[in-house]
Design a protein around this ligand. Structure first.
Ligand SMILES: [Zn+2]
Length: 164
C-alpha cells in the first residue's frame, strides 16, 4: 500500500474510478508520516476522553461499510505497518463488536455533499480504533450520513479481468 496525504487526489487504483469523478484519499497512512490523532485535540478540553470520542454512529457505520460495502478489492492483502504492543495485536480478521472484518484488501468509498468521493483503505477502521487516527471531518460526515459511493461491493467496478 502506498502513502497518500489526507484529502489529496487518490491515485492508487485509478481504473476503479468512473470518469469525471474526483476522488480524495483518506487514511492512507504510513509509519514514515505523522497523522492527526484524537490526542491532538486534548488541549481543547482537559476533561475529554481521547479514547472514546469516536462518534458512535460514525463508528458503527464505518464497521458496516468495511464489512458490507467495501470496493476495489485486490488479490493481495496489506497489513498495518505501525508498531503494535503485541505482535499479534493486529490481524487481517479483526473483531469489532459483533462483526468480524477482513481488513487490508479493499477500500471504503463515501461521497461528500458536493459529490466528491473519499476513498479510504479498509484498514482505516483499525487505524481509528487502535492507533487513534482522526480522519478529516469530511470523511466523518459522509460516513455518518452513510453516503456510499455507487458501485460498492467490490463486484461491479472491474468487469472482465477485475482484480478480485
Ligand atoms: Zn496497526
Amino acid at each position: 500500500m502506498t502513502y497518500i496525504p489526507d484529502l489529496s487526489p487518490y491515485d492508487y487504483l485509478p481504473d476503479t474510478v468512473p470518469a469525471g469523478v474526483e476522488v480524495l484519499a483518506v487514511g492512507w497512512l504510513d509509519p514514515g508520516h505523522d497523522f492527526p490523532t484524537a490526542d491532538d485535540d486534548a488541549g481543547d478540553d482537559a476533561d475529554a476522553d481521547a479514547d472514546t470520542d469516536v462518534d458512535p454512529v460514525f463508528g458503527r457505520n464505518l464497521i458496516t461499510l468495511a464489512a458490507d460495502h467495501f470496493t476495489a478489492a485486490t488479490r493481495g492483502v496489506h497489513g498495518c505497518r505501525f508498531r503494535h504492543l503485541i505482535e499479534a495485536d493486529f490481524q487481517y480478521h479483526a473483531v469489532y463488536g459483533t462483526r468480524v472484518l477482513f481488513l487490508g484488501h479493499a477500500e471504503i468509498r463515501v461521497v461528500t455533499p458536493d459529490g466528491r468521493w473519499l476513498s479510504a483503505p479498509t484498514l482505516v477502521v483499525h487505524y481509528i480504533r487502535d492507533h487513534g487516527y482522526r480522519p478529516p471531518a469530511e470523511f466523518v460526515e459522509a460516513v455518518t450520513a452513510m453516503r456510499v459511493a455507487p458501485g460498492d461491493g467490490g463486484h461491479r467496478d472491474g468487469g472482465a479481468g477485475a482484480r478480485i
